[in-house]
Design a protein around this ligand. Structure first.
Ligand SMILES: [Fe+2]
Length: 196
């Protein structure tokens, strides 16, 4: 998988130039369709998370981090939008976007340690979420283009987690607690998004 060299403005990304897979969604097992719906919600929340940072902090490093990672999450979202037509997406999109803004805005407002801890925790969890989806897709829908999309997104999320952990390798205990709560809510959200 080709990745690009890191820079502050353009983080390395496995999804640069990636074309969306041409999938016959109705031919996929319902379980896989639900998984893709959950990932579309996850990417929507990710973009909103970074949107939520803008009005919540004036810390230049946090703002730069959020802006550069938002570009990658927006690319992920466009890829999933190309796969999933509107009638197959989760219904309460306004709620998901609000949740994402809270998940980014609150920790950014509390301070950089909180923000980086939440991003590191959530993105590491999303890395595992994609790994589980890849294992499932190999069994249920081993389409090479779909596997490639999931793997490229997984690599990007892993890089985001590492970027955040590098910026604050020893977060405050309260920041770790908030990150734990954000991971718990992400887990609940993904489960809900498979069905609503
Ligand atoms: Fe993403």
């Amino acid at each position: 998988m080709d990745t690009h060299s890191p820079s502050p403005e353009a983080p390395p990304s496995a999804t640069i130039g990636l074309a969306p897979p041409r999938l016959d969604l109705s031919a996929l097992p319902p379980r896989m369709q639900r998984e893709l719906r959950a990932s579309h919600v996850g990417e929507t929340v990710a973009v909103a998370l970074y949107d939520g940072v803008a009005g919540a902090t004036t810390d230049p490093e946090v703002l730069r981090f959020a802006a550069s990672h938002r570009r990658v999450e927006k690319r992920h979202l466009r890829l999933f939008e190309a796969v999933l037509p509107p009638d197959k997406r989760s219904a309460p999109m306004a709620f998901w976007r609000w949740s994402g803004r809270m998940m980014g805005g609150l920790p950014a407002w509390l301070g950089p340690s909180y923000f980086y801890a939440v991003v590191a925790g959530v993105e590491a969890w999303v890395d595992g979420h994609y790994a589980r989806q890849i294992a499932l897709a190999r069994k249920l829908a081993p389409d090479p283009a779909l596997l490639n999309l999931l793997e490229a997104c997984r690599l990007d999320e892993r890089l985001h987690a590492r970027d955040a952990a590098r910026l604050d390798p020893a977060p405050l205990w309260a920041a770790r607690a908030l990150a734990g709560l954000a991971v718990f809510l992400s887990r609940v959200g993904v489960r809900a998004a498979r069905w609503v």
